[in-house]
Every structure is written in C-alpha cells, then in structure tokens.
Design a protein around this ligand. Sequence first.
Ligand SMILES: Nc1ncnc2c1ncn2[C@@H]1O[C@H](COP(=O)(O)OP(=O)(O)OP(=O)(O)O)[C@@H](O)[C@H]1O
Length: 258
Amino acid sequence: MSDDGLLEVRDLNKYFGGVTAVDGFDMTVERNSITGLIGPNGAGKTTVFRTISGFHDPDGGKVVFDGEEITGKPVYEIVEAGITRTFQEARTFPEMTVFENLLVGKTGHRGEKLLPTTAGPKAYAEDERAAVEHADQLLGYMELAEKRDQRADRLAVGERKLLEIARALMTNPDLILLDEPMAGLPSDLTTDIVDYIERIREERDQTFLIVEHDMDTIMNICDSITVMEAGQTIASGTPEEVRNDERVVEAYLGEESA
Ligand SMILES: Nc1ncnc2c1ncn2[C@@H]1O[C@H](COP(=O)(O)OP(=O)(O)OP(=O)(O)O)[C@@H](O)[C@H]1O
C-alpha cells in the first residue's frame, strides 16, 4: 500500500459498548481516484465513513488527509480541510427550493467559520454574493438550473441525488464521500449518476470515496476498491483484483447463505 494517498486511514478502531465496529482498518485513497469501499452488511463501512468525516471519535488509529492528521477533529474542521460527505438518506430540505438547499449547504458546513467574528456586514454581504454565484454556477454545472426555484420535494429521485452532490460541491471539497449514491435508483438513472461522478472527477479534479451495494456500478466506476469484513480490511486493489480475491468471494458467499 502506498503512503502518499490523499487520504490515509491506518489501524482505525471504533467500538460501540461491547461491539467492535471497526477493528484495525487500513485504507488509502489516491488523489483524483474514484475509490470504492465495500463489504457485507454490518462490515463497518458506515462507521468508517462517519469516523473519517468527524461524526464519530475513533478509539484508535489515525486518519491523515493531504498530509495532515485529522483524526477525531470536529466535522466543521474536516470540511474546512477539504472532505465532505453525502448521506444514505437524502438530507435535502423538502420545503426549500433547490437554490435555497445549496445555500444551506454552504452556511451549514462552513459559512460561520469562514469569516472572523470581527467581520462586518460588508464582508458578510460579499460572502453571501459569492455563495449565490457559486450556487448558480453549480446548478448550471449539474444541469439543475431549470429547477432552481422549485421545491426540493418536487424533484424526481435522480435530480434529488444530483442536488445532494451539488450541495457537497458547495464546500469546495477535495474529497467527496458518497454514501450509497445509487440507493433507490433505477438502472438508467444509475448510469446518469455514474456519468456525473466521472465528469466531476475529470473536470473538477475531484477525488471520490464511495460506499455502495450495487456491485456492478462499483466494479464499473472505481479505479481501486477496499473490501472490509468484520471491521477489517480483507483486500484492496483494482476491481479485477478484488473480484478474484478468495477472501472477498468467501465474505460475500457467507452473506448470501446467512
Ligand atoms: N451507533 C451504534 N451503536 C451501536 N452499534 C453500532 C452503531 N453503529 C454501528 N454499529 C454496529 O457496528 C457494526 C458495523 O456497522 P456499520 O453500519 O458501520 O456497517 P455497514 O458495513 O455500514 O453495514 P450496512 O452495509 O448494512 O450499512 C454493526 O455490528 C453495527 O450493528
């Protein structure tokens, strides 16, 4: 495993009472890659995501992002460092417009931290203006401009996923953690989302770490995949390598017969 990835997770541990959710987990996410994190139900994927992004304090190990240790830092500091995540369950505000949802993404994540407390109204107005411009630019980029002033709950399911990704982009992240981005999507829309992710990676120099149960999509979109079982890394490599790894095959067969 190389030691110069954008994200390095080393010997990570997380317990919940008597439950060991993550047990010495290791992973590297290379810069500008689309990396998958897969494993059977209960393997610890969500806990790893939550720990990397600051929602859980780890019980051991370290997380290094872009050369800087971020282990156990609060969510806003991790967002400021350049990592943002989307959620399995959409976190859009249903009664707000698409545009408003993007602005909430901005202030909710790091708006307050961006300005020193001494900043006057002028600085706030400038920050607001920049946020509005950024939101409109992203709506254009994600082809949601026509839906700008529509309530988020009126969006089709695929558009809601795009809005989630646009919200993540509002914080100008270097690394986006996508938690089951294909969940609940029919296969034609899955293809659309895959296209967007690939385009964003290429055009915006973005890195993605994806947890996803849709194996066809993961194998198709990822440069590299880490497989976990019972809180540990059991394999990592190209889709071809992990697909043929005996431990991976066994882990998934075990799940099928459970
Ligand atoms: N907040 C919590 N309190 C107690 N146990 C938890 C908590 N969160 C996760 N666990 C346990 O930790 C283990 C790993 O769970 P986790 O949700 O991380 O797995 P996962 O790989 O994301 O599963 P799935 O694919 O089903 O979403 C499981 O045994 C789970 O029951």
